[in-house]
Write a protein that binds this ligand. Structure first.
Ligand SMILES: [Zn+2]
Length: 284
């Protein structure tokens, strides 16, 4: 059932757990998430990374939103739609107009006051259009470029409080030792900092850079205020592995259109992984 992402996050918060937002670059990845959610009876969020439209051209904004709504309405479990990191007012308004009721404005590369100004402008207009906005403070960097120990980039509780109060964001992505992409060494989430941010603001918190954080740390973070968790790198990696297996397995098949079997084959390989993530990490 197609559901507002805000309602799924609210449900996660009431259950003291986190919803998982999976980066899905195409129909196969989105369909896999929807059917894994149904099989485990766990709400989930299908998430678009805007560069998959603007750079890799795997889909379009309008058709992606329509695709997720159609897929979601094939099942009973709530499925949300969200657009990940974008950086300008114009781009985000376009995404909302294309059917996304949940978006992210990432101004975290700016100083706090600039981030507040840019994010507030997006929030004010998004709310008029009925959409919710995720902001980010502190800066979640790229894992391969850092050791996640630079506390200058970590979210400061007092800044989080000010940011949420002044911008009116609906959810907040925090930097507590997490990073995007593949970690060089096992990350250690700063749980004390998470608790301090939790006490400073009521806004549901979001954890990016989920690939490679040990499950026991994630479960603690989910019980202490993380209500949305983004998974991208690991899911894309598994997609690549499934495609590799497909080409190896079908290489000798004389059928000239064997590629038509690819979507179902790949979903068969990916769905157990998505089901495992939902079953292991979510406590709805
Ligand atoms: Zn992110």
């Amino acid at each position: 059932m197609f559901e507002k992402t805000g309602n799924i996050i609210k449900l996660a918060r009431e259950s003291n757990t986190s919803a998982i937002a999976f980066i899905c670059m195409d129909y196969v990845m989105a369909r896999t998430v929807v059917y894994a959610a149904e099989a485990t009876n766990t709400p989930a969020i299908v998430m678009l990374y805007p560069e998959h439209v603007t750079i890799q051209k795997t889909t379009g904004f309008r058709k992606y939103a329509a695709m997720v709504e159609e897929l979601a309405n094939e099942v009973k479990v709530p499925i949300g739609l969200h657009c990940d990191h974008d950086y300008t007012y114009e781009a985000i308004m376009h995404t909302i107009d294309c059917g996304f009721g949940s978006v992210m404005m990432d101004g975290s590369m700016n100083d706090l006051d600039t981030n507040i100004m840019l994010t507030k402008k997006v929030v004010d207009e998004a709310h008029k259009k009925g959409a919710i906005v995720e902001g980010e403070i502190g800066h979640v960097g790229v894992a391969k470029d850092s050791d996640q120990k630079n506390q200058d980039l970590f979210t400061k509780p007092e800044a989080a409080e000010k940011f949420c109060r002044e911008t009116g964001v609906d959810t907040l992505a925090v930097s507590i030792g997490n990073a995007h992409g593949e970690y060089k060494e096992t990350p250690h989430l700063d749980i004390a900092r998470l608790e301090a941010i939790r006490s400073a603001t009521d806004v549901p918190l979001v954890l990016h850079g989920g690939s490679g954080i040990p499950d026991d740390q994630l479960l603690v973070a989910f019980s202490k205020g993380i209500n949305k968790f983004n998974l991208g790198t690991e899911y894309l990696k598994r997609y690549f592995a499934a495609l590799t297996e497909f080409t190896q397995e079908y290489a000798a098949d004389p059928d000239p259109v064997k590629v038509i079997n690819m979507p179902e084959y790949v979903q068969g390989k990916l769905q157990p992984y998505v089901e495992d993530r939902l079953k292991t990490l979510c406590r709805f």
